[in-house]
Design a protein around this ligand. Structure first.
Ligand code: SF4
Length: 453
């Protein structure tokens, strides 16, 4: 199979030590290329979804709501309002006559029924096209219900998934700063961009608690409006998913003077760095660093023997990595290197120039680096590079399975935690089970290859 690469996409594909110049990125997706990216609305939805005590109302046709219904695992330790997906179900007559009245009725009725701490109202393509004044409806209903009703300006057509992240951050920024911050200690942080898919936020919070650091709010994993409202009381923002929540971190730096650092909780090296960096920020209290070192020592001594087992089994295997934000790709490359696996394809949907520069430095010569790729390109390079494993999200899973190689979900839908030290073992176990599964020997591609040999 030799799929053509669209001419206008050639500069978004870079092969280390073979391509000239630098990769093009941060562009709108090329029409006809069937990008792996989702729309603006989906970008907002994935960021705000885990706020568990808020109502999430999608103002649009039912398809938008069903597309993002229960889109993340996002566990909650309390209310589960987030798991209900509400839609105004806009139809032809609403398109002709406007959907504002319908939206107002929906917010009022659902608000009285569920008594949420806040309401997020998502604008979709249709709401944007017919020009409903969502902000005005939100203002009116907030007065009636007595809770924040926040418009999320996420009309699907108006940009990329990244614009959706920004719209979500704008909505969160309206909640931050409204709560009482008395009693928040100096050694305190927010964790931004951790979505608690399989309980990771709880694991990470626990590491920081053991160090003596108070986590005031996680955005948005196991999220609560009350905690988000107090987020401006901390000394430091720790940003994990750089693509989605950096806007909010920058806003909080500007408005409240709270600095932020970028971390990753994936992989031994990056997880440990995430603890050390926070300890070093509070360097006036050297005990934090001592405790961080103790935690790292303790946790690594438990998992190292098991990692050795997986290294012996998986050394020499090759992986393709295609994820949303490039920061995750860095951690994945390092984690795979620890078990002597190489990454032959590395790409992201939303990376910027700096991200790709770092990615290039980290990758081995010959690695294919892709920005905003599509199924044809991914399939072509997976075959060309003879990858044994694909690490991606829901849209990459069928590509891997159709090509007859192992797959590891590193995105919204997984049910097993991959972050932290314990998560590393889960990750290697999943990689091992998938790559070594005997089922791949029955894949048509592998059979074809054998019959030609
Ligand atoms: S907002 Fe637009 S692009 Fe997004 S799911 Fe709805 S119709 Fe599709």
């Amino acid at each position: 199979m030799e799929a053509a690469i669209l001419k206008d996409r050639e500069n978004q594909i870079f092969i280390k030590e073979q391509s000239q110049g630098e990769i093009a990125c941060e562009k709108s997706s090329l029409a006809g290329s069937v990008s792996q990216r989702a729309c603006v609305f989906c970008g907002s939805r994935v960021v705000l979804y885990p706020v568990a005590d808020a109502l999430h109302i999608v103002h649009g046709p039912i398809g938008c709501a069903s597309f993002t219904w229960d889109i993340r695992g996002s566990l909650s330790s309390g209310p589960e309002l987030h798991r209900l997906s509400f839609s105004t179900d806009l139809r032809e007559m609403d398109v002709i006559q406007g959907g504002e009245k319908k939206l107002e009725r929906a917010i009022t009725e659902l608000g009285e029924l569920h008594k949420p701490s806040a309401v997020f109202v998502y604008a979709t393509c249709i709401a944007g096209i017919i020009g409903d004044d969502i902000a005005a409806v939100c203002k009116r209903t907030a007065e009636k219900l007595g809770v924040p009703v926040l418009p999320v300006h996420s009309e699907g057509f108006k940009g990329t998934k990244k614009d959706g992240y920004k719209a979500a951050c704008d909505a969160l920024a309206k909640i931050v700063g409204t709560g009482d911050i008395s009693g928040i200690p100096k050694v305190s942080i927010n964790i931004l961009g951790e979505f608690n898919l399989a309980g990771e936020a709880w694991m990470i919070e626990d590491y920081y608690r053991r160090m003596g650091v108070e986590v005031v709010s996680v955005m948005t994993g196991d999220g609560r409006i009350g905690k988000i409202s107090k987020a401006h009381g901390v000394s430091l923002n720790v940003v994990q998913c750089s693509g989605s929540l950096t806007y909010l971190a920058e806003h909080m730096e500007e408005k409240y003077g709270i600095p932020y650092i970028r971390v990753s909780y994936f992989g031994i090296e990056d997880q440990s760095r995430a603890l050390y960096d926070v300890a070093d920020f509070f360097s006036f209290n050297p005990e934090l660093r001592t405790k961080a070192e103790e935690i790292v020592r303790e946790e690594i001594s438990v998992i190292m023997p098991r990692i050795q087992y997986y290294r012996e089994k998986l050394a020499g295997k090759k992986a393709a990595v295609y994820v949303g934000g490039a920061f995750k790709a860095f951690s994945l490359i390092k984690a795979l290197r620890l078990i002597d696996m190489s990454v032959v394809i590395a790409g992201s949907q939303t990376g910027n120039k700096n991200d790709y520069k770092q990615l290039e430095e980290l990758c081995d010569p010959g690695t294919v680096i892709l920005d905003d790729s599509n199924p044809l390109e991914l399939s072509r390079f997976v075959l060309e590079k003879k990858a044994d494993l694909f690490i991606g999200g829901v849209k990459e899973r069928p590509i891997a399975y159709k090509l007859g190689i192992g797959f590891c979900d590193h995105n919204h839908e997984r049910k097993i935690a991959l972050a932290g030290y314990e998560g590393m073992i889960n990750f290697y176990k999943e990689v091992y089970s998938s790559v070594m599964s005997p089922v791949w020997k029955f894949a048509p591609r592998n059979n074809r290859r054998k019959s030609h040999e």
